[in-house]
Design a protein around this ligand. Structure first.
Ligand SMILES: [Fe+2]
Length: 240
């Protein structure tokens, strides 16, 4: 499996705090059959995590990648960011302060859970105009999707990618995101499931339980598409 949304990088957000936490998360990912992870720390998050691209972030990323290599883990480490969209985002991309998933056309983008649908759609249009294809982080957790499931379909129709969090699928974030995830899976609107992992004990990197659940409750081929094929296409900058 390929996990394109993780908070494995230490000391930059509310995910891993120390280097050893990052290493523990890599081990857990590898043990649960994940063969590649993308490091996607919160970036441009107001009053919280800035994490603009530069030497400080890139040194930490390289240290984590080297830890996987030195430990002979059967797991590759790639670079990205989970970018909070605001009025500066397009400019920050143009100036090189933001990066996409493994240098592809696909940035991972998040919004406030209470974001207005029209604001979200307009923001994503701005990124599409730049030639980027936004992967929308956990839309099933946004209020406007709870109010109207078709909203997620409209965003997908625009060309955006719909990424669900495994903990929404498993019901660990409460009823609303669970129901939304279920609807997006039943209608095959969801294109990727990722861990959005923050530690080894809560919101963990273990994707296997969720893969098995979807393979069983929906179908195996769809599970393979969500956890392996589509994330792989994103990593290789291929169309979905
Ligand atoms: Fe995240």
């Amino acid at each position: 499996m390929i996990d394109i949304h993780t908070h494995i990088c230490y000391g930059v957000d509310d995910g891993a705090q120390e280097f050893i936490d990052s290493v523990d998360m890599l081990y857990m990912a590898a043990e649960s059959y994940t063969g590649a992870v993308v490091l996607t720390p919160h970036t441009n998050l107001p009053g919280n995590s800035s994490n603009l691209w530069g030497p400080s972030l890139s040194e930490k990323f390289k240290r984590i990648r080297n830890a996987a290599i030195d430990s002979d883990l059967p797991l590759q480490v790639f670079f990205g960011q989970e970018i909070f969209f605001d009025e500066n985002t397009v400019d920050l991309f143009r100036k090189g302060y933001l990066i996409t998933i493994n240098n592809s056309r696909y940035p991972l983008v998040e919004f406030d859970f209470g974001v207005d649908f029209d604001y979200c759609r307009n923001s994503l249009e701005q990124l599409l105009k730049e030639g980027l294809v936004p992967v929308i982080a956990h839309p099933e957790r946004y209020n406007f999707v709870s109010e109207d499931h078709d909203a997620a379909f409209k965003l997908r129709q625009m060309g955006c990618i719909i990424q669900l969090d495994k903990d929404s699928v498993l019901g660990n974030f409460g009823r609303s995101s669970y129901v939304n995830a279920k609807t997006l899976l039943s209608n095959h609107i969801a294109q990727v499931v990722a861990s959005d992992c923050h530690s080894t004990f809560t919101r963990s990197p273990d994707l296997k339980e969720c893969f098995d659940y979807i393979a069983d409750a929906y179908d195996f081929d769809y599970a393979a598409e969500l956890f392996e094929l589509n994330p792989g296409r994103i990593l290789r900058d291929m169309a979905l």
